[in-house]
Write a protein that binds this ligand. Structure first.
Ligand SMILES: Nc1ncnc2c1ncn2[C@@H]1O[C@H](COP(=O)(O)OP(=O)(O)O)[C@@H](O)[C@H]1O
Ligand SMILES: [Mg+2]
Length: 274
């Protein structure tokens, strides 16, 4: 086994913690938020970074299956040791709710569960903690901003204008709770046919427009590839199943950007003068 139940020396999100917290958000579901989180996590792990993922999409949890981390966490003393797959440690509501149970979380319960994901898990001071947020702007976003005032947010959108407008709300929410928006990822940007032609199935320019609206960079554009969905269904994200594909290359570009874009220094993020 070997894993020590080490929560880490400084709490994640506290001043002095070396862990960079990156939340992945979107306005609506189905735009590829979890796919981006999983592939980004594995790409960073591939560079020798230590990486954890909190699947905070408490109703639509999908990271354990997507990444193939299906073993539940182990309980050691009073900590949870998260399962690891492709070099990434994962915690998710998936491990704690039975398949035939409805998940009804009221605000305070949800808050408490997320706090436990952060504090009772042996994260062991990873270089990165990625948070797969639920879509939209609700209780979870507020709770997370309270626990993790120093986190950076990536907004995922698709190219069409409606998606971009909805995503803008998630961006404004991040700003409102004083979280730094690192940038935008546009997913399902194009499909490359057998003849090499790029087809922009969902239109074009949504990511670019959203980025300029929010005053942040467009970090990456990810193509639509069947291998991405197939990989996710089999616990092998595309950066693992097809590392030479153009989708994997796009995730490597994203990982480069994330590595480069360290958070702005804010010594007292809790002080907001408006
Ligand atoms: N670039 C892509 N190419 C092909 N399929 C994709 C792509 N991005 C996401 N998908 C698929 O679309 C569905 C929704 O993606 P997911 O990451 O679960 O979105 P979200 O977390 O935003 O709800 C999944 O089946 C996923 O495998
Ligand atoms: Mg998801």
């Amino acid at each position: 086994m070997g894993a020590q139940p080490d929560r880490g020396s400084v709490g994640i999100g506290k001043p002095g913690s070396k862990t960079r917290v990156v939340a992945v958000s979107s306005g609506k579901g189905g735009v590829g938020k979890s796919s981006v989180t999983a592939n980004l996590g594995i790409a960073l792990a591939g560079r020798g970074r230590t990486v954890g993922i909190i699947d905070a999409d408490v109703w639509g949890f999908s990271i354990p299956r997507m990444i193939g981390a299906t073993e539940p966490p182990q309980v050691l003393e009073d900590t949870l040791v998260p399962p690891v797959a492709h070099g990434v440690a994962v915690i998710s509501m998936d491990y704690f709710v039975r398949e035939d149970q409805a998940v009804i979380w009221r605000g305070p319960m949800l808050h408490k569960a997320l706090e436990q994901f952060l504090n009772d898990v042996a994260w062991n001071d990873p270089d990165y903690l990625l948070i797969d947020m639920p879509p939209g702007t609700g209780d979870v976003a507020i709770s997370m901003s309270q626990f993790l005032p120093r986190s950076q947010t990536i907004i995922v959108t698709t190219p069409q204008p409606t998606a971009q407008r909805v995503a803008a709300r998630a961006g404004l929410m991040a700003e409102k709770v004083n979280q730094e928006i690192m940038g935008v990822v546009e997913n399902m940007s194009w499909f490359t046919g057998d003849d090499g032609t790029r087809y922009e199935l969902f239109g074009a320019g949504g990511g670019e427009r959203l980025a300029s609206e929010l005053g942040v960079p467009l970090l990456a554009r990810i193509p639509l590839v069947p291998a991405l969905r197939e990989g996710a269904d089999e616990g092998k994200p595309v950066v693992v199943s097809a590392p030479d594909s153009e989708a994997a290359a796009a995730f490597e570009t994203l990982a480069d950007e994330v590595e480069k874009r360290r958070p702005r220094v804010r010594s007292h993020p809790e002080l907001v003068i408006s």
